[in-house]
Design a protein around this ligand. Structure first.
Ligand code: BGC
Ligand code: CA
Length: 295
């Protein structure tokens, strides 16, 4: 399948793509480039905003124009138009050599993000956090590189990956919203690993295969349903967008490639014939300050 559009942004580490159904725009971050991107799909217009520090992932906020971000050093509200950040809440265990990474708002309006070891000596010391009602809780430990966070349409299954362990897990979410038993959902071989992921309206998981040049569509039982080959080795994150939520936006990265590759770091858009779900919005109740920006 050929992309319907390619945006030659040449990101060092394009990540965290999410579709804003209100603004009809895709937003993503170049983590290493410290830049937030916005693509207004109707206008086909790209806008870039410099970030004060590396922004790893983010979510939209219900009723507010600010976003909630997982920055390298912790969680903060920020203005996507200027990059101005509010107070930074550093989670427990986020020490030098670790930084925040993949994140997403769950179906209940909580923002989850996990950390990753940039220093290999800290493998196994990253964590998965949940931000709700103004507090940050640790929900998983023993992680090396957090990735692949997404939820089933009804929110009762959470997907989460550790790229270094080349595994994606599936967790039951109990009635109180906590993660229950986990089981292996997908394993990756060779030098490939799971990166960003999302769930479509049929409950299938679309996961980027970093190092493998493809995006997989996996059934809820883990079976591979479709393989979407992409023209770059390191696709990094996916989101459904467009007026009908049937376009798949795929970010990619140059960072870590053994040799330069044409198109690496660009944004690819595919018409995959499957619909996604609108992204949930973070519930800001209990956050310890007013948003940096009113809607
Ligand atoms: C991280 C990268 C990492 C990649 C593959 C991304 O989410 O931000 O630093 O190399 O996953 O593991
Ligand atoms: Ca990622």
């Amino acid at each position: 399948m050929q992309p319907v559009a390619i945006f030659p942004v040449a990101n060092t580490l394009g990540e965290g793509v999410v579709w804003d159904d209100q603004a009809q725009s895709a937003y993503w971050t170049d983590i290493q480039g410290r830049t937030l991107y916005r693509l207004d799909w109707a206008k086909q217009a790209l806008q870039k905003t410099a970030m004060p520090v590396r922004l790893a992932s983010f979510g939209f906020i219900g009723g507010q124009a600010s976003f909630i971000g997982a920055f390298e050093d912790g969680f903060a509200l920020f203005d996507p138009g200027t990059g101005q950040r509010g107070r930074v809440l550093a989670p427990e265990g986020l020490q030098a050599g670790l930084r925040m990474n993949d994140g997403r708002v769950d179906r209940q309006g909580r923002f989850w993000a996990g950390s990753m070891a940039e220093d290999p000596a800290l493998h196994g010391q990253a964590q998965l956090y949940c931000v709700a009602h103004g507090a940050i809780s640790t929900e998983e430990r023993g992680v090396s590189i957090s990735n692949g966070l997404c939820w089933s349409p009804d929110g009762t299954i959470c997907y989460f990956a550790d790229s270094i362990r080349q595994v994606m897990w599936q967790y039951r979410v109990d009635a109180s919203g906590r993660l229950g038993m986990r089981r292996e959902f997908a394993v990756f071989d060779g030098s490939t690993c799971p990166d960003g992921a999302t769930v479509d309206a049929e409950g299938y998981v679309w996961v980027t295969v970093w190092g493998g040049g493809r995006v997989l569509r996996l059934a809820p039982d883990g079976r591979t349903d479709r393989v979407l080959e992409v023209p770059v080795a390191q696709p990094s994150c996916v989101a459904f967008g467009g007026a009908d939520l049937d376009l798949l936006f795929v970010t990619s990265a140059q960072h870590g490639l053994p040799a330069p590759q044409t198109g690496a770091g660009d944004l690819f858009v595919y018409n995959v014939g499957v619909r996604g779900l609108a992204e949930s919005r973070f519930k800001i109740d209990g956050w310890p300050e007013n948003p940096v920006l009113e809607d």
